[in-house]
Design a binder for this molecule. Structure first.
Ligand code: FE2
Ligand code: FE2
Length: 274
């Protein structure tokens, strides 16, 4: 049996007709990403969106997001990022009980053989992330309860330094060492999947593979100079497909949003099939 966990991140949806940064209408970018998803040969078993769902966390933004997500029929798991407001998110998505009613929006759900564990790294009113003692205790208990199956741990703020200086300044600033020590105790964490960076990044972290996903809309400019300024651009958007089956394990693919020339089926000798 195969499980296809799709990951979107950093949608930054605004109210209909309003633009992020006064410049970027993020809604059609999300719609194009959903169109691309619906054209994929494999349907999502579930979709997780790793934070920054909306730009200012307003109720009207979440209502717009809800309408934009309507074409998808798979289970959708929403996570807050630093641009979100958990109160308004819960208000507009009352049919998403995993979000809980109060406190941080940590949750854990089983997707066939996989366990998706979502750790809320947001700090109200701040851009940086943190995992406090209660979050660590929740995570330890949760991981102990699913030690018999592969785990995908999702967070908005990546727990590693990305070398993009201005983003590392608003990364996971508190609880990173404690999180590392905790995760090292478990050998079944296949991935840590994050957002916040608006880029595809991978690294080794706490004995597993940690990554950030691109946005379907704007990307953070790739500049590893520690003094580089905060800038976004419109490189192609993308989403990720974390594909699990017992023989291959968990394999992550990155799918660019949009339609492209092709496909061109070909013979073994390199000639095209008409
Ligand atoms: Fe973001
Ligand atoms: Fe963020």
């Amino acid at each position: 049996m195969s499980t296809y966990l799709f990951q979107l991140s950093d949608l930054h949806i605004r109210e209909p007709g309003r633009k992020a940064y006064g410049r970027l209408d993020t809604a059609p970018y999300l719609s194009r990403a959903i169109d691309t998803m619906l054209r994929c040969p494999q349907s999502p078993s579930a979709l997780v969106i790793t934070g920054d769902l909306c730009d200012f966390g307003r109720e009207d933004e979440y209502r717009h997001l809800r309408a934009l997500l309507a074409p998808l029929s798979c289970p959708i798991y929403l996570m807050p990022g630093n641009h979100d407001c958990l109160l308004n998110l819960r208000r507009v998505f009352p049919d998403h009980p995993y979000l809980g009613l109060s406190g941080p929006a940590h949750f854990s759900v089983q997707l066939d053989d996989l366990q998706l564990v979502a750790l809320d790294s947001t700090v109200a009113g701040q851009s940086y992330g943190a995992i406090d003692a209660q979050g660590l205790a929740w995570l330890e208990e949760t991981l102990k309860n699913c030690s018999d199956r592969p785990v995908v741990l999702a967070m908005h703020h990546p727990p590693f330094l990305t070398q993009i200086g201005h983003m590392d300044e608003i990364g996971l600033l508190l609880g990173r060492i404690e999180l590392t020590q905790l995760l090292r105790q478990f050998s079944n964490i296949e991935r840590i999947i994050c957002g916040h960076l608006h880029r595809a990044i991978e690294t080794r972290f706490a004995g597993t593979i940690a990554s950030t996903a691109p946005s379907p809309a704007h990307q953070v400019v790739l500049d590893l100079d520690p003094m580089a300024r905060s800038q976004w651009n419109l490189e192609p958007g993308a989403f990720r497909i974390h594909a699990w089956n017992k023989s291959a394990g968990l394999v992550t693919h990155t799918m660019p949003v949009g339609s492209y020339e092709g496909p061109y089926p070909f013979h073994a000798d390199g000639t095209l099939i008409d």
